[in-house]
Ligand binder design. Structure first.
Ligand SMILES: [Zn+2]
Length: 409
């Protein structure tokens, strides 16, 4: 059982929620009195109003003005979802969650908590409703935080189920029930489909002359094992901003690590890479092919992905960018294929300033996502100690813990 800090008392009354709805703002979202609008011309008092008893007026304003879900409006969408679930307006709550996910945002802790509250009102549909959210978590690669799981755990136990903390070993076997998580895989057919769709995304963004030139470079080397987005990985630590010496050292360390075992590496960047000290750039050029685009737009990552797609399904890439702006341009099927490919091929870089060590985090070997056993109906839900930013996804290199859940004990 989650014994660390879980309350044994099942919380299904409206107490804590009613206080939120009576008091219009909390410390995280004070209304800005002097400023009448925020980004995308969204009136600031909408966020305030979305927490009030009259919150449904905001739904009309959003619909009438077609206000999209953005960083500026995400709190409003979450507030409405919370109120909808608390008033058992299940359809509206889900409508808001889907609008968030379409724009690649994930619901906040309060939205999950309000949904669990809604589920717990009806014992006969409790498991089915909770599973509906698990399916949503799975489809959108959401990683919830520990308090979301703790809140749910209380309710599952109340209805006679089990929700226990567990760990996954390196190959994805659950320490609690020995369930083996499915391995990550993508067929050659799926890879080829994705590659074709990627080229449609790529072509309008890169001048055909430059693309033809880059294609020659990639074809000459035949294949690369790794492509690095230099601009991104050299800025992994805020203090490195403008520090070309440090950026050069970091990039050289990454190239050297990847180059071991005769792996072929390409570094993609902009002209600024040439400004890093000679000692580093020489080391980088000795160990990797370097391609610096003259293009003003931030499209280095497109070249990086192109090099990898041409190099085949076993090639990997290194960047801390989530590539969401490209992901959004794929078809519905393409989005699934792209994310699956990304999870299996993207390496993230982390840096420890105390030891000055750079760590290249390899992709996981198994699906790090909500999963249901087809044999036992057992669910495994990943979570983190603290909430992630609302736009982050589960494939990033953060410590992941697991909840092993069975609705029937
Ligand atoms: Zn398990």
């Amino acid at each position: 059982m989650f014994s660390l800090s879980f309350s044994s008392k099942v919380c299904i009354n409206l107490g804590k929620w009613s206080s939120i709805r009576q008091y219009t703002v909390n410390k995280l979202s004070k209304p800005q009195k002097k400023q009448s609008t925020v980004g995308n011309n969204i009136p600031t008092n909408l966020e305030w109003l979305s927490k009030c008893k009259d919150w449904r007026k905001v739904v009309n304003i959003i619909n009438d003005n077609r206000i999209p879900c953005t960083k500026s409006s995400i709190n409003i969408f979450n507030n409405i979802a919370v109120n909808a679930f608390l008033e058992s307006d299940h359809a509206l709550g889900w409508e808001l969650l889907h609008k968030m996910s379409q724009k690649n945002f994930q619901p906040n802790c309060e939205s999950f908590s309000a949904y669990w509250h809604y589920c717990a009102l009806h014992q006969e549909t409790f498991a089915a409703n909770v599973e509906q959210m698990f399916e949503f978590i799975n489809k959108n690669n959401v990683i919830v935080s520990k308090n979301v799981i703790e809140d749910l755990s209380n309710k599952i136990q109340h209805f006679g189920g089990i929700c226990s903390p567990s760990k996954m070993d390196k190959i994805g076997q659950c320490s609690s029930c020995n369930y083996q998580m499915p391995p990550l895989q993508q067929s050659q057919l799926e890879f080829n489909t994705l590659k074709r769709e990627f080229e449609k995304v790529l072509k309008p963004k890169i001048p055909s002359i430059e693309l033809a030139f880059f294609r020659q470079i990639v074809n000459k080397k035949k294949i690369f094992d790794y492509a690095i987005d230099s601009l991104n990985v050299t800025r992994i630590f805020p203090d490195f901003k403008g520090n070309l010496v440090k950026q050069g050292e970091i990039l050289a360390k990454i190239v050297k690590q990847l180059r071991s075992n005769n792996k072929r590496v390409i570094v993609i960047g902009k002209k600024h890479v040439e400004k890093i000290p000679e000692s580093s750039i020489n080391l980088i050029r000795r160990n990797a092919t370097v391609y610096l685009t003259k293009h003003n737009e931030a499209i280095d990552d497109l070249f990086m992905m192109y090099a990898i797609f041409v190099s085949g399904s076993k090639a990997h890439f290194v960047t801390n960018d989530f590539l969401d702006e490209y992901w959004m341009e794929f078809s519905e099927n393409g989005k699934i294929l792209f994310r699956n490919w990304q999870i299996q091929h993207q390496h993230f870089v982390t840096y420890d300033p105390k030891t000055d060590l750079v760590h290249i985090n390899a992709p996981k070997k198994f699906i790090c996502n909500a999963n249901k056993s087809t044999e036992t109906g057992q669910w495994h839900i990943p979570f983190t100690q603290r909430p992630l930013l609302h736009s982050l996804r589960g494939f990033i290199p953060i410590p992941i813990e697991w909840a092993c859940i069975n609705f029937k004990s």
